[in-house]
Design a protein around this ligand. Structure first.
Ligand code: URP
Ligand code: ZN
Ligand code: ZN
Length: 488
């Protein structure tokens, strides 16, 4: 009988479509056997009473990234990846951000240099594109896609990042040609600026007014426009950090119509609300993020859209800025809300929050938890050739969850480089007590077991939209437009 390097025995194994009791044999970093009486191993981990699940894949986080105003996130690739690992993740896909005037080649070199020596978990990058020059569109972007960077984010808001509708069409055209996925931050820039000016003119500059300055309609209008542009070209998009039920409904309708549209939400839109920003002094700044927190009814709507599959991706949007002049208050101790750094930390708590409040509380099944933790992302972002499922031949990326662990959330227990967590004081049940990456234990007994740089870059496949028929607009279809071929 075969001897494995590692065997995980007696656990309840779950993937996104099945749950079973089995032992898992691991050698050379891969899952090589799943079953009963599979053989001996050099090391055996007894997972009796625990859930053996695919390692989480965090698909939206800002790590060692300069914002458009030059502010660096508080987490680098070491602290960010360590925090992710303690939260049950074995892979993440942070952003490599192009600011105007930068070449994508230089940006990617910079981010490879940041991640390679530090990340303790496997990683890839999504590009952020803010300057779609001809060279970027026709040379650099295709090269990046060929290197396995098969997704990129664009912004419909923020003056220094925004792309206009024409630029968005150009980017979508390149994505279509090369099989990439365009992620869209969908908010109407003019509405946000208009509201911000009105609020500031009225003397409402405190952090809590940030929530009012990004109206719900700003999100739904931009989602609608993004879908109109992408479905015109019949190319896939993913709307990131959906915060409103109205926005999610537009995505649901588009998916019903067969368009290639995916949706993502984040824990802050399910567990937090704007009332919590009504704090003395500047403390509301800790909860400033974009899109902003909404109300309790919105939370319920977003939960429902996650439950019913309208939203397939659940990410932290970890954007860590400390409550000091290196972060939230970089523009001064009394800065008005438009100058407060946007973003919340949450990479370590993304999965424990969903495990506790979703699975343990009976709102989603264990299999749906796995889908949201890892499997959906592996399929949508082209990682399923190696990650996202406990399957023979895939990387042995595994998180063993103990459903008996009860914890009160405290910032002091987190492994990120933040001094607060928006979830302070919440009580949760269940925690990933052992985390294994490519067969190596990376977290155990509440300790990190690997050195900096244990993670590696993972090239991703192009996007598979099988089952999403879509339809090229008649004006672009040579069969319907007097034979004009625009090469799309
Ligand atoms: O407020 C947020 N989410 N900040 C991070 C940047 C972004 O738009 O994702
Ligand atoms: Zn965004
Ligand atoms: Zn983000």
């Amino acid at each position: 009988m075969q001897t494995f390097e590692l065997k995980i025995s007696n656990g309840t194994v779950a993937n996104s479509t099945e749950t079973f009791t089995a032992d898992i044999g691991v050698s050379d970093g891969k899952i090589v056997a799943i079953g009963k009486k599979i053989g001996d191993a050099e090391r055996v981990i007894d997972a009796g009473g625990k859930y053996v699940l695919p390692g989480g894949i965090e698909a939206h986080c800002h790590i060692e990234q300069e914002s458009s105003s030059g502010l660096m996130t508080s987490d680098d690739y070491y602290s960010g990846s360590v925090s992710a690992a303690f939260g049950g993740n074995t892979c993440f896909v942070p952003f490599a951000a192009q600011h105007r005037g930068q070449s994508l080649k230089d940006v990617l070199e910079t981010y490879h240099g940041r991640a390679g020596p530090k990340s303790v978990i496997d990683y890839s990058f999504h590009l952020i594109i803010s300057d779609p020059t001809d060279e970027v569109l026709h040379e650099e972007l295709p090269q990046a896609i060929a290197q396995g960077i098969t997704s990129f984010k664009v912004y419909m808001t923020y003056d220094r990042l925004i792309v206009d509708d024409g630029q968005l069409l150009d980017i979508l055209t390149v994505a279509k040609k090369h099989g990439a996925l365009t992620m869209i931050h969908a908010e109407n820039n003019a509405m946000i600026k208009w509201m911000s000016e009105k609020l500031l003119d009225g003397g409402h500059g405190a952090p809590k007014y940030h929530a009012l300055s990004h109206p719900r309609t700003a999100e739904s209008e931009a989602i609608n426009r993004a879908i109109a542009l992408s479905s015109f070209l019949d190319t896939p998009i993913l709307i990131v950090h959906v915060s409103t039920e109205a926005g999610a409904r537009i995505i649901a309708q588009a998916r019903y119509d067969g368009h290639k549209v995916f949706g993502e939400t984040c824990p802050q839109y399910m567990f937090l609300n704007a009332e919590q920003m009504d704090l003395p002094g500047m403390h509301g700044a800790k909860l400033c993020c974009s899109p902003p927190l909404r109300d309790r009814a919105s939370q319920e709507g977003i939960w429902r859209c996650l439950q019913n599959g309208t939203l397939q991706v659940y990410s932290s949007d970890h954007a860590p800025y400390r409550f000091d002049d290196t972060g939230k208050l970089h523009a001064g101790p009394q800065a008005e809300f438009p100058k407060i750094a946007n973003g919340l930390p949450g990479i370590e708590l993304r999965l424990p929050l969903l495990f506790s409040e979703g699975f343990m509380n009976g709102r989603i099944t264990l299999n749906h938890f796995v889908a949201l933790a890892a499997n959906n992302v592996s399929k949508i972002y082209g990682l399923d050739h190696c990650k996202g499922s406990i399957t023979e031949g895939l990387d042995a990326d595994i998180a063993i969850w103990d459903p008996e662990v009860k914890r009160e959330i405290k910032a002091a227990d987190m492994h990120d480089n933040m001094e607060f967590t928006p979830y302070e004081g919440m009580h949760i049940t269940g925690w990933p007590t052992t985390v294994i990456q490519r067969g190596e234990v990376i977290v155990e007994d509440n300790e990190l077991k690997v050195d900096r740089g244990a993670g590696g870059f993972v090239p991703r496949k192009t996007i598979d939209c099988t089952g999403m028929p879509g339809k090229l607009a008649p004006e672009l279809d040579p069969a319907l437009n007097f034979g004009v071929d625009l090469g799309l």
